[in-house]
Write a protein that binds this ligand. Structure first.
Ligand SMILES: [Zn+2]
Length: 479
């Protein structure tokens, strides 16, 4: 038997003013995709031949340019066209790719793949729980299951479960579909961490079903992605049967799960202390045990923002002469980055920080001392080797050290800081552009604030001007 494997993933923020283009995707093809997708052994152990397609994954940003989507999609379709006897397809797709003039990228890919490979091929997708799933997605994809963690720490487990499910279907000759239910609710990711209830309890039930119910292969809940404005934007529950005869059983289970999750909608809230910017600054400096980790939730590049907000810098500058050490990483500003690079380490000079593209990037004039230039490394999944993500310069403004980057990037891993020769533990407060407190951030901080800052990933989603989302939906509507 033969399977095609690959990854094509993006989380598209409709409120980001720019499109995601071809060169923004990290791209591998052929056998070079294997280190990124640790599933090959599962197929090889089952004597299934693996046909690699592509790995094309970009950091969250604005909607994907149509031409870019077609470029990568055609590479996958070409592999499928060249493999007419393919038995199965396994892909990692995010679930929140929104394509200019098209809509859901995953849905379009599934529809187009199905047209090429026909009904006899079994398609399995591993996905991100921030996906917005089209109503009839299960007509095209037999098996799909998303992460059980947010912040995400089970990518590899999700890949492998969906790959194993595909092998199971292929070995048994099953071509059944799964059962999915749309749930009329949507939350920003930071109000739906799996580390606290109600999502923690919901996931515990999914795990219990997967581990102990022999009729179910996979069970998962997509919380959805609030910053895509589309009719499909909502939560979704999906149950994959372990055999076709359990489809009816899984249908009833999906109804029950969807009802249970919707009943808990009013319990969703922030995982940690969440404060507006000014309160964040005062509380982090004077009330909590250092080091205090602060996340700039409104400008979270992993949710598709521009990465250039200087709102928290502006607020901390009011305290730049007190005896506290503050670190802010990393503000995107290519001009400030380039201007700093013109200097020698130790030089002090006037610097403007802020790209001036919207309210949260209005320039701030400061006197800065240049500390150094670094390549910043990070990894996709813990088992894949770190790669260069962007470059950064460190400047000191009084007691505040700031890393200015040449690309939008969220520091969430210790290796990001180490790349800049910085240790957050040396500071009273460190600020990163992210939403919830990623596990590696938890290790570096003693106290935590999720700062409810303005920006394209602003958590107060009721303030966005949604036009296409299907109403009514909680909490935009009081249902
Ligand atoms: Zn996600």
């Amino acid at each position: 038997m033969k399977v095609i494997i690959g990854a094509f993933a993006h989380e598209s923020n409709d409120f980001c003013p720019n499109l995601t283009t071809k060169d923004m995707f990290e791209f591998y093809e052929g056998e070079d995709i294997f280190p990124q997708l640790p599933v090959s052994d599962i197929f090889r152990d089952a004597d299934i031949e693996i046909i690699p397609s592509i790995f094309a994954v970009a950091q969250s940003y604005g909607p994907v340019e149509e031409e870019t989507f077609r470029y990568y999609e055609n590479k996958i379709l070409d592999v499928a066209r060249a493999t007419p006897d393919v038995d199965g397809i396994w892909m990692f797709c995010h679930g929140a790719m929104n394509v200019e003039n098209i809509g859901s990228g995953e849905y379009q890919l599934a529809v187009d793949l199905r047209e090429v490979v026909g009904d006899s091929c079994v398609i399995s997708f591993g996905m991100d729980l921030h996906g917005n799933i089209e109503e009839d997605f299960s007509d095209y994809v037999n098996i799909f299951r998303c992460y059980h963690t947010a912040p995400h720490t089970d990518q590899v487990d999700t890949y492998r479960r969906t790959a194993k499910a595909l092998v199971h279907y292929l070995e048994q000759g099953y071509k059944t579909k799964c059962e999915m239910r749309k749930i009329p609710m949507i939350f920003p990711g930071e109000m739906a961490a799996t580390t606290v209830d109600p999502f923690k309890g919901i996931i515990a039930r999914m795990k219990e079903i997967e581990n102990s119910d022999p009729k179910v292969m996979c069970a998962s809940t997509f919380i959805g992605f609030a910053w895509t404005d589309a009719p499909r934007t909502s939560s979704t529950v999906v149950v994959v049967p372990s055999a076709p005869e359990y489809l009816q059983y899984c249908s009833a289970l999906a109804d029950d799960l969807a009802d249970d999750i919707f009943l808990k909608r009013r319990e969703f809230d922030f995982e940690m202390l969440a404060l507006p910017p000014e309160e964040t600054v005062k509380t982090s400096l004077f009330e909590l045990t250092p080091p205090v980790c602060v996340t700039d939730m409104g400008d979270n590049p992993t949710a598709g923002t521009t990465g250039g907000s200087n709102v928290l810098l502006r607020n901390y500058l009011k305290y730049s002469d007190i005896n506290k050490k503050i670190l802010i990483v990393g503000i995107l500003d290519q001009d400030a980055f380039a201007k700093s690079l013109d200097h020698e380490v130790g030089d002090t000079f006037q610097l403007s920080i802020g790209m001036d593209i919207d309210e949260v990037t209005k320039p701030i004039e400061v006197t800065a001392t240049y500390r150094g230039h670094h390549n910043i490394y990070g990894y996709n999944i813990e088992t894949s080797p770190p790669i260069k993500r962007c470059e950064g310069v460190t400047v000191s403004i009084g007691n505040i050290d700031v890393v200015i980057t040449d690309k939008a990037y969220a520091f969430t891993q210790e290796i990001n800081f180490k790349s800049c020769k910085l240790d957050p533990r040396d500071y009273d407060v460190f600020v990163t552009k992210f939403g919830y407190i990623f596990p590696e951030l938890k290790k570096m901080g003693n106290s935590f604030i999720m700062s409810n800052t303005p920006g394209e990933s602003y958590q107060m989603i009721k303030s966005f001007d949604y036009k296409k989302i299907k109403r009514p939906i909680y909490p935009l509507d009081d249902i």
